[in-house]
Each structure stands twice: as C-alpha cells, then as structure tokens.
Design a protein around this ligand. Structure first.
Ligand SMILES: [Zn+2]
Length: 175
C-alpha cells in the first residue's frame, strides 16, 4: 500500500467527469487500498479516485465511530445516487483537495446510492446524516464538481483569494 499525492483545486483531473469502472482487476484493488491509506494519512473521511489523479468512478469512505454510530469503512465502485430527499441539511464541509477551506453546504439529508463493492457485488443502501453528505460530496467529485461550486456566489466570492492561493500552490506540488 502507498500514500498517493492528492491533487488540489485547479487541477484538470478534478474538473473532468470520471469514467465508469468496467473491470475490477488487481490495479483497481491496489488503487482502492492506496486510497484508504491516503485518506487516513491526510485525516480525511472520504476520497474520490480523481483526487489522487485517477479518473475512474471510485470513492472510499472512512467514518470514525461516535456515540450514536459505528465506525464505517467502505469503498464504492461506480456509485450512483438513485434518490435524494426533499429535506435538506446544512453542514460545514472541507475537502482534501481544497486544504484550509471550510464552508457550509446545503444538501439533501438522505440519499439512496447503488454501487459495486470490491468483489463486484451490487448494493443499494440508504444513507443519512454524515454518510449522506460524504456520499454526495464524493460522487460530486466523480462528476468534476467541488463543494465550493455548491455554495452561493456571494460566499464563493469571499473565498476568491484563498482559492487562488491553493490553485497556485497546487500547481507547484505535483508536476
Ligand atoms: Zn472533496
């Protein structure tokens, strides 16, 4: 297993929609192991494959346990959100590709998502609360959308300088 480089805001690989995985081979399994390792090393709760430069529809989620919930570690291949609740929730989000920025994002608070696991078995689960938020944030990545594009324009304006700095530093980080 290896920790991979995380691409930052401004990188093309984060802007383009990712391709479906058609075959789960050793390369995909290694990628998923590396994504878990990278997420842990960066202290994140979710990571999409294009954040480590691979334009494939894979996300990993690692949620710490809490008073009301069990710890969760899950990889989703070709995740697809099937339904979104009309009820919304507002929570602060951050992103390993947008380091240092945290801002509130409004999203549906319950979603159902269909995906393949690492053995190719299909699952459909209903996710609420923190898991629903992570699934939406990460599947957005796979569509080339970052959380800072889900906020009101006036809020995004206040982040302009910070985003420019990240873009500039990001360019020099990975060549
Ligand atoms: Zn993110």
């Amino acid at each position: 297993m290896a920790v991979r480089n995380i691409y930052w805001y401004g990188a093309d690989v984060l802007k383009n929609p990712c391709a479906e995985v058609t075959r789960i081979n050793d390369g995909i399994q290694t990628l998923i192991e590396d994504m878990f390792e990278t997420m842990r090393a960066a202290d994140g709760v979710g990571l999409a494959a294009n954040q480590v430069g691979v334009s494939k529809r894979i996300i990993v989620i690692g949620m710490p346990g809490g008073e009301k919930r069990k710890a969760l570690k899950i990889a989703m291949i070709n995740p697809k959100i099937l339904t979104r609740s009309e009820t919304l929730a507002t929570e602060e989000e951050g992103c390993l590709s947008v380091p240092g920025v945290r801002t509130e994002v409004i999203r549906p608070d319950i979603v159902s998502v269909r995906f393949l696991d690492i053995d190719g078995n299909e699952h459909t689960i209903e996710a609420d609360d923190m898991l629903a938020r992570i699934v939406q944030h990460e599947t957005d990545h796979l569509d080339g959308i970052l959380f800072v594009e889900r906020i009101p324009t006036e809020v995004k304006k206040t982040l302009t300088l910070e985003l420019k700095r990240i873009k500039r530093e990001g360019r020099t980080r990975i060549l």
